[in-house]
Design a protein around this ligand. Structure first.
Ligand SMILES: [Zn+2]
Length: 340
């Protein structure tokens, strides 16, 4: 019995060493250690042994079993590692297989539009000037020629933080900051950013929205420079064939003030629902910087002149993509956002 066990252990070890493939491992296990394997077979003979021989043979049988199981585990690891190394060495990684899909985010439609606007003005030499969304009443109104009693304040429904501090209602307070920082040097900047108004939310107006302000200060800057800049912008943003229309208007911080319209990009001036059958769409409110504002910014209006404009960001995006409700921009509905 003991000799038979020793012979089985030797046979098992050698057979294990001869294995090369992972698929051969379970075959070996069944043959030597399985329920119907060679070791079990031998153990059946235990009953035929004398009571003196039996414990010794049983103990030896357990030793053989443990030794073979340990050898099997070691060989299994060896074969698996070898297989992995061989696969790596042979370039078994198939790089032509499609990757697992990742879902990266993308830019918000407002950001896209803002970037396009920035690009166009950058080509015309405008830098970007950032200014805060929370402003003093002084910057948002007073220094822009809108004193506390001025009826023009009714044009901006305002969120008040306290008596002196507001959520900016337009990007224009940035003009004051920019002028005070740069005088007495010429300025050519755009001021993009978010504005807030205490308004009823409807498909056409939100209480938060983006605006892009423009400001150019220099010697001999004239209203024709403003119109030329706006024409260049409208053509780059909305198509080379765009035509502009200038109307007189009123803003407290510009004199004279104008509204700039372009022919409707959908109906090309014939009149449609989007342009309310006028054939024209609003591009920007603009004008020559008011002498009072120039002076508040540190520039002598006898020596300096400049123009300013302000335009929406969501509106042109709505036009281009046929979006009928401005509220989609802010309610974070992926069904909307993923379309752009
Ligand atoms: Zn139209």
């Amino acid at each position: 019995m003991l000799e038979a066990l020793a012979a089985l252990e030797k046979e098992g070890q050698e057979a294990l060493k001869a294995l090369r493939e992972e698929s051969e491992l379970p075959v070996w296990y069944r043959e030597f250690l399985g329920r119907k394997g060679k070791l079990t077979d031998l153990l059946r003979g235990l009953g035929a042994l004398s009571p003196e021989e039996r414990p010794k043979a049983g103990q030896r049988a357990n030793e053989v079993k443990t030794a073979l199981e340990e050898a099997f585990a070691t060989r299994q690891t060896e074969i698996k590692n070898a297989a992995m190394e061989a696969s790596l060495a042979s370039g078994g990684l198939d790089i032509t297989l499609p990757g697992r899909p990742v879902s990266p985010g993308h830019l918000h439609l407002s950001t896209h539009t803002l970037r396009r606007i920035r690009e166009i003005f950058a080509e015309m030499g405008f830098q970007v000037y950032d200014s805060p969304e929370v402003e003093t009443d002084e910057n948002n109104f007073e220094l822009l020629n809108i004193p506390p009693y001025h009826p023009a304040r009714d044009m901006w429904d305002t969120f008040w933080v306290n008596e002196q501090v507001v959520m900016r209602t337009h990007t224009s307070p940035g003009q004051i900051r920019c002028m005070r920082e740069n005088h007495p040097h010429p300025i050519r900047v755009i001021l993009p950013g978010k504005c807030y108004r205490y308004e009823q939310i409807t498909p056409r107006s939100e209480h938060q929205f983006y605006q892009v302000e423009g400001l150019a200060i220099g010697h001999n800057i004239r209203i024709t420079d403003l119109i030329g800049t706006m024409r260049e912008f409208a053509r780059k943003m909305h198509g080379e064939e765009r035509r502009l229309r200038i109307r007189s208007s009123y803003f407290p911080f510009t004199e004279p003030s104008i509204e700039i319209d372009m022919d409707c990009i959908l109906c090309v001036g014939k009149g449609c629902r989007v342009c309310k059958h006028t054939g024209w769409l609003e591009v920007a409110g603009a004008g020559m910087v008011h002498p009072v504002v120039l002076r508040n910014g540190g520039y002598d209006p006898e020596e300096w002149s400049g123009f300013a404009f302000g335009m929406g960001v969501e509106r042109p995006a709505m036009l281009h993509h046929g979006i009928e409700d401005i509220r989609f921009f802010y309610n974070n509905d992926l069904r909307f956002l993923q379309q752009f």
